[in-house]
Design a protein around this ligand. Structure first.
Ligand code: SAM
Length: 218
């Protein structure tokens, strides 16, 4: 099915400017920048708001959902060091924009969303754009055990702690990227599983995410 929107010159130009802005803000991974330069972010917006689509801001896009800020998407993606064919678990599908960026890098994405209305919307939009991820509805704070282990896990909502169960679903050498903190602000954490029982944890910059709500969350 062809998607109803058109990727015209004005949007393509705005997208190039967004890539330049992300470079200025410190994103250096050329593959991530290329993916941001390719995915038509305005397809996630109502046409009335296309003029907002390539600003470096999060934006409400209906169904109670927000599309993440491009800088945040690029930042988390860069930390994942995606290799072609990596099995990636994304917790918090939301708009699906982050999913598309991961797929542009060659990841095989399993993505889970807890809100039925958001899930119902995104499972229609993404395949219509040509992005065929594996979509799940449910509480991602427990991961998705039946498809584990994952090479990478990305959490796109703010957690109160790093859920132990997610660490167990990482393969050896795998990377988890998760914002952890209180409701107001979170530190971006990366955890690398170096062996069966050893994990390296690094704390990075501060962000503000919507809360991760669930069994192993708020
Ligand atoms: N990554 C998305 C994007 O590219 O636009 C934005 C994600 S939005 C910031 C966070 C999402 O996480 C929301 O849609 C929220 O409903 C979802 N969420 C919160 N807790 C969750 C949980 N336990 N399991 C799955 N999804 C969850």
């Amino acid at each position: 099915m062809a998607y109803k929107f058109i990727d015209n010159y004005r949007e393509q130009g705005a997208r190039k400017k967004l890539v330049e802005l992300l470079k200025e803000r410190g994103i250096t991974d050329q593959r991530v920048l290329k993916a941001i330069g390719k995915v038509p972010r305005h397809f996630f917006f109502d046409e009335t708001f296309w003029n907002q689509a390539y600003k470096d801001i999060a934006f409400p896009i209906g169904d109670g959902q927000t599309i993440s800020q491009p800088y945040t998407v690029a930042y988390q993606t860069e930390l994942l060091h995606i290799q072609k064919g990596d099995k990636v678990l994304e917790i918090g599908t939301g708009s699906g924009y982050q999913t598309c960026i991961l797929m542009e890098l060659g990841a095989k994405v399993y993505t889970i969303e807890r809100q039925p209305s958001i899930y119902a919307h995104t499972i229609k939009v993404l395949p219509g754009m040509g992005y065929k991820a594996s979509f799940f509805l449910g509480d991602g704070s427990k991961g998705i055990e039946e498809h584990a282990p994952y090479a990478k896990i990305i959490v796109t909502a703010g957690a109160p702690f790093v859920p132990e169960v997610l660490l167990k679903q990482l393969k050896i050498g795998g990377i988890l990227v998760i914002p952890v903190g209180d409701e107001k602000s979170q530190k971006m954490i990366t955890v690398i599983r170096v062996s069966e029982n050893d994990f390296d944890r690094i704390e990075l910059d501060t962000f503000r995410f919507v809360p991760l709500v669930g069994d192993q969350a708020w």
